[in-house]
Design a protein around this ligand. Structure first.
Ligand code: COA
Length: 180
């Protein structure tokens, strides 16, 4: 049983990050540290299963309160990444993030899943604006945003820690569902 699942197509779905996802996601993160660390500040420190379990419990609490939608990306039955949203009910906005196993890049899985996720936020969650923040140099992430019709609205200077120094960060926004 799962509290939330969004089927994208025959081989791809987004499932709530419940307790059962901790062990497989921990294994996936450990095998992707070099891939994630340049762009995901959360991946920089030591990654223990206990920490991921604590984060998952916290995120599920936020989900219950309507402030978060933390999901794992499941491709052909196997967890291969994460897609999540922070929701602001007062403003009717969401900020999303995503990552995928290095070996599953380049097949359009993230674009497909994030497209369905964004559509869900607009159509089922009543969100009026979805935002993506990504480092200026993160070409793959920027390409996902642009493929889905997000518009570049500005650049926040030195807004994220980088492996060395800090990243300038692109703010992408979307105010209509992908198919509109
Ligand atoms: C950012 C990230 C999630 C993008 O992953 P990705 O695999 O490039 O994105 P997609 O799954 O949408 O795949 C796009 C690629 O598949 C190709 N593709 C194939 N079929 C496709 C389809 N049906 N639809 C869209 N793209 C398709 C695209 O042409 C593109 O190829 P290219 O990179 O050679 O140009 C990934 O690089 C990642 O996890 N990076 C590390 C963490 C990170 O940066 N997260 C974002 C922080 S804001």
């Amino acid at each position: 049983m799962t509290g939330f699942a969004l089927r994208v197509d025959d081989e791809l779905e987004l499932v709530l990050r419940e307790a059962w996802t901790v062990a497989p996601l921990h294994e996936l993160i450990m095998s992707n540290l070099q891939h994630l660390r340049p762009w995901e500040p959360w991946a920089r420190g030591e990654q223990t299963e206990a920490d991921l379990s604590a984060f998952t419990r916290h995120a599920l609490g936020e989900w219950v309160e309507g402030r978060s939608l933390p999901t794992a990306l499941r491709f052909r039955g196997r967890l291969v990444g994460g897609v999540g949203a922070q929701l602001n009910a007062y403003f009717g906005t969401a900020e999303i993030g995503y990552w995928i196993d290095a070996g599953h890049q380049g097949r359009g899985l993230v674009t497909r899943a994030v497209g369905a996720f964004v559509q869900h936020l607009f159509e089922e969650r009543g969100v009026a604006r979805v935002e993506i923040q990504t480092a200026v140099g993160n070409q793959r992430s920027r390409a996902v945003a642009e493929r889905l019709g997000f518009e570049l609205e500005g650049v926040l200077r030195a807004a994220q820690p980088a492996l060395q120094g800090r990243h300038d960060v692109c703010v992408y926004g979307k105010t209509t569902p992908p198919e509109a």
